[in-house]
Design a protein around this ligand. Structure first.
Ligand SMILES: C[S@@+](CC[C@H](N)C(=O)[O-])C[C@H]1O[C@@H](n2cnc3c(N)ncnc32)[C@H](O)[C@@H]1O
Length: 225
């Protein structure tokens, strides 16, 4: 079934999804997203990047799911007021096959995105994607996040760890005083929020609707209290 889905169908699914998200994407960005999808499909067996094999499901579960966080990300980036030569720095933790990090790099050219993963071949895939997609704002980093100390303005994750572990392991890489965490979650994670340390504040829980995906999604925005 998956092999029978042609590129035009996936392209239309992607464009319709972006429109439903009210997401402004130019043709170059749509093309790069399609090229990234092709890379994921091509290298999945070699690098073991995702359990999702069906291309249409890859569009909903990976591309559109990540794209749903782009409008909130762009809104936050605009508040940072960092223009000109100084790019906003984002770290995507446990990025795996580049989700959401590669999608962020494609959709937010003013954001410099580093995707960190403990698995070397996944970080190598991100490097390869950066070259293939000509994304100078994308970097694959092979490391445990706990070892990073370079300051990032935004630290994101999807399907990574509980909120307390996410903030504890990535805290040394958060820029002071303005750095924020952007955690992509499913159902509102009440228990995880309750288990956060007192010096981490949740300043917004933002509901997301992913086109074609009948599942709860939210972003938990956090900062040091
Ligand atoms: C379930 S996958 C999620 C991948 C991707 N974010 C997604 O949503 O499809 C979690 C990833 O976190 C990575 N990981 C686990 N512990 C880590 C750590 N301490 N530092 C960096 N990456 C880690 C794993 O290697 C794996 O690729």
């Amino acid at each position: 079934m998956s092999a029978a889905v042609n590129t035009d169908t996936l392209h239309q699914q992607l464009e319709a999804g972006a429109q439903a998200l009210s997401l402004d994407l130019n043709q170059d960005q749509i093309t790069r997203l399609m090229e990234f999808l092709a890379l994921l499909q091509k290298w999945n067996k070699v690098y073991n990047l995702t359990a999702v094999r069906n291309p249409q499901e890859m569009v909903t579960h990976h591309l559109l799911d990540s794209l749903a966080a782009v409008v909130p990300l762009r809104r936050h980036v605009a508040t940072l007021g960092q223009g000109g030569a100084q790019a906003v720095r984002l770290l995507d933790v446990g990025s795996g096959g580049g989700l959401p990090g590669v999608v962020f790099a494609i959709c937010c050219p003013g954001v410099d995105v580093s995707c960190v993963d403990t698995v070397g071949k996944k970080a190598a895939f991100i490097q390869q994607a950066a070259v293939a997609l000509k994304l100078r704002n994308l970097h694959g980093v092979h490391a445990r996040v706990e070892t990073l100390t370079t300051p990032f303005d935004i630290i994101s994750c999807r399907a990574f760890a509980s909120l307390p572990d996410f903030v504890a392991w990535s805290r040394s890489a958060l820029a002071a005083p303005h750095g924020v965490w952007l955690a992509m979650k499913g159902k509102h994670p009440e228990d995880e929020i309750a288990a956060l340390p007192a010096d981490v504040a949740v300043f917004h829980v933002e509901q997301l609707a992913v086109p074609g995906l009948d599942a709860e999604r939210c972003i938990v925005w956090m900062r040091p209290a």
